[in-house]
Design a protein around this ligand. Sequence first.
Ligand SMILES: NC(=O)c1ccc[n+]([C@@H]2O[C@H](COP(=O)([O-])OP(=O)(O)OC[C@H]3O[C@@H](n4cnc5c(N)ncnc54)[C@H](OP(=O)(O)O)[C@@H]3O)[C@@H](O)[C@H]2O)c1
Length: 249
Amino acid sequence: MGAAVAFAAVRRGYSVLLVSRTESKLQQVADSIRELHPGAQISVSATDILDPHSVRALDAALATDREVDFVQSAGLSAVSYEIADANPYRRVEDIPPNLPSLEFDVVVRGLLNVVQTFLPRWEQQSETRLVVVGSMSGIRAYPLGYAHASAKAGLHHAVRSLALELCKRRIYVSEVNPGAVNTGFYDGVEVQAAVRLISKEFGYDYTGKEFPQAPPLEIGELAVQCLIADAHVLTINAVAKGQFPHQGG
Ligand SMILES: NC(=O)c1ccc[n+]([C@@H]2O[C@H](COP(=O)([O-])OP(=O)(O)OC[C@H]3O[C@@H](n4cnc5c(N)ncnc54)[C@H](OP(=O)(O)O)[C@@H]3O)[C@@H](O)[C@H]2O)c1
């Protein structure tokens, strides 16, 4: 999703710094974006947002004469961390004991490190946008969601709390909560089986059909809308057409 946000931001003329732990992956993303936009201002930084030293080094390396907004779309994808069958949607008896806190840690503690480190810079800026790509999993519960939905619900309230606390300092915090997005996350057999089962609980039977997923660039564009809107966008909830659109618990 980060690649899609970066692409959408480059199209709007932003100078983009891509951040994750793996420099080689970031370089690949940057190269693909440069191929499509030869003039793109895009660079990379291998940073672990769970490591305060690493985030401080990122901040220290950034120019002080430019304003910095931040979009967080880090997460616990199957390729980043070991999850059995690459599937976080599991029956409660099959949830590894460390999974709920691991999922929560990456998104909530990672965001805290970023905010605590960048706050002095942001307070000096004329205004700041902080956009967090959360998930519809944080907005509504579903079966098989003990770890994933609880972590994303925690993130949702962390972001809501930040929005209330930081707006008085001209730091405008937004969240974009997608349903399923076609990033490869749903390609695995186990994940497909689980999400089809969950969908049935809400009366959506995709047997013999494609499971609806939003194109990543759609979500990238929504995140960039939060950066450029005159309004303080609080929350955007978006599911692919055809996915169950319920928002309640
Ligand atoms: N894909 C979907 O369908 C979907 C739907 C709804 C919500 N979401 C949520 O939206 C967010 C973005 O989605 P996604 O599919 O792009 O997520 P993702 O694949 O889980 O993670 C995105 C990136 O986060 C980086 N990352 C993980 N831990 C990190 C750390 N400690 N420090 C720095 N970077 C770290 C990973 O790169 P490295 O491993 O190289 O660090 C990875 O490239 C996630 O929170 C996800 O749960 C996804």
